[in-house]
Design a protein around this ligand. Structure first.
Ligand code: GLP
Length: 240
């Protein structure tokens, strides 16, 4: 695991965007794993700018998202499907048919999880972007989740409900379940780039980088992957 510590959030966004741009230039039909949350917003804006300036194209890029809430329609403004269209897909030249997000509205969620995992195996993610929760979750793999899990339905941890309540009118409106790539799904990616900024992530970054590999700190499993780059600002690195 390689760790790059930068001055601030803006530098993290620039560095991560440069890596993704270079990967797409090297392989125009890159399979890119994407994340939601506030962490990737700056980086997505840089990718939008690069695409609009004709520096690179997403025409043949395929994307797979990590996760989605259970029970929110794609049109709900807090669904991850809506987030991705608004924050990235609708502003770049990607073909929407090449973008994939698990459905949290499927009648049979187990079948949806199986379908999504088969899709990941078929596409084979070249580069997976990750954020990290303050409890060190990746995707929606909360502390205690088995490292052997593939795409599955999960209950969200209390800290996650509290952290995500800021996007909803009340905490009771936050969905309590999600469908997420499992840890074993995430580890199939050929290369992983994790970004984090701010002091609220400092303990999570510490257990991920320095802690023992343990299911109590889900992101620590990344120590076992051969090609992981962690890009953080000084605040997120402050407990290292
Ligand atoms: C969410 C997402 C994660 C994300 C994390 C951090 O719950 N499921 O994929 O990395 O929490 O979010 P943020 O970047 O807003 O801190």
């Amino acid at each position: 695991m390689q760790v790059i510590i930068l001055e601030n959030k803006e530098q993290v966004a620039i560095e991560a965007a440069d890596i993704i741009k270079a990967a797409i230039l090297a392989k125009p039909d890159l399979v890119l794993g994407l994340a939601t949350g506030s962490s990737p917003l700056g980086l997505y804006q840089k990718l939008i700018d690069a695409n609009q300036n004709k520096e690179m194209s997403f025409r043949d890029v395929k994307t797979v998202n990590l996760d989605e809430y259970i029970g929110l329609e794609k049109t709900h403004d807090q669904s991850y499907a809506y987030f991705m269209r608004k924050q990235l897909f609708d502003q770049i030249d990607i073909q929407l048919s090449n973008t994939h997000i698990p459905s949290g509205m499927a009648d049979d969620l187990q079948a949806e999880a199986t379908r999504y995992e088969a899709l990941l195996d078929e596409l084979q993610v070249d580069l997976q972007l990750l954020g990290i929760g303050s409890n060190a979750h990746i995707g929606f793999n909360e502390p205690g989740t088995s490292f052997t899990k593939l795409t599955h339905v999960t209950d969200l941890a209390k800290e996650t409900l509290e952290a995500n309540a800021r996007f909803f009118d009340t905490i009771d409106a936050v969905p309590t379940q999600a469908i997420t790539m499992g840890i074993a799904s995430i580890l199939k990616a050929k290369r992983i780039v994790l970004i984090a900024t701010g002091e609220s992530k400092a303990q999570a970054i510490r257990c991920m980088v320095q802690g023992p590999v343990s299911e109590t700190c889900p992101a620590s499993v990344l120590q076992n992957h051969p090609k992981v780059l962690v890009i953080v600002d000084k605040e997120a690195a402050s407990a290292l």
